[in-house]
Design a protein around this ligand. Structure first.
Ligand code: ATP
Length: 221
């Protein structure tokens, strides 16, 4: 069955979600206060309507409670974002994802019934910070407040050594879950296999352990 989505707030973030979902063939109801923004999405989304989502009766009229997943991407107006989320939760929307602007906003959204809170500027900032520490750190994904996955290029201290030699788990407390070589990805790397230049390791662990691993093995002096 085709999934139904609604995107509230058609700024850069909401707009790109709306475009990506529509491109995947999903049924998307695009909503914004601003007529110009709504007009931009008339030919992209399945439906595009001008509405103020802080008004409960408007949301009821739009049949929002029957929509599988509602994404609230109201940017600067934190009050409108909070009020919209409360109403959606009260109406019993099954899945509500909300974009937070800051940690305080995020905390409130979690308390008032958002099922998933995203904080794209903060997360992207952290990912970029990791990748600019070293050319060998390619990507970083936060799993929880203190656990992450990193994608790192084998540093010079690793090349020609095996996972047994490096004993990353015992020495740094993190686990190598996969090794990428070009377009191949090996999800059960052999402990004895020697690491080569350009091998990419995918490592999971606590942030403090990953930091030690990066500092001693990944960042080339
Ligand atoms: P970003 O680019 O980070 O996504 P932005 O600056 O484009 O953010 P805003 O313009 O702050 O985001 O907000 C996104 C959209 O939300 C705007 O187009 C705005 O008109 C819409 N919006 C704000 N309040 C409401 C509301 N009460 N009901 C519906 N839409 C709203």
């Amino acid at each position: 069955m085709k999934r139904e989505f609604a995107v509230i707030g058609l700024g850069r973030f909401g707009g790109s979600i709306c475009q990506a979902l529509s491109r995947e063939g999903m049924d998307v109801l695009a909503i914004d206060l601003n007529e110009d923004r709504v007009n931009e999405y008339k030919n992209i989304a399945s439906h595009a309507v001008i509405a103020d989502t802080t008004d409960e009766s408007t949301l009821k009229e739009l049949g929002i409670k029957n929509i599988d997943h509602v994404i609230v991407a109201i940017g600067d107006n934190i009050q409108a974002s909070i009020l919209t989320t409360v109403i959606l939760a009260d109406l019993g929307v099954k899945k509500i994802t909300v974009k937070a602007n800051n940690d305080y906003h995020e905390k409130i959204l979690n308390k008032i019934g958002a099922h998933h809170v995203v904080h794209p500027e903060r997360d992207m900032g952290r990912r970029i910070a990791h990748s600019i520490i070293s050319n060998n750190i390619l990507d970083y994904l936060e799993l929880s407040e203190d656990h992450s996955i990193v994608e790192v290029k084998a540093g010079s201290k690793m090349i020609g050594k095996s996972l047994v030699d490096l004993d990353i788990r015992a020495n740094y407390g993190c686990n190598v879950v996969a090794i990428k070589q070009g377009s191949n990805i090996n999800v059960s790397p052999l402990a004895e296999e020697l690491l080569k230049k350009d091998d990419i390791l995918i490592v999971i662990g606590a942030d403090k352990d990953i930091s030690r691993f990066e500092k001693y093995l990944v960042i080339d002096d």
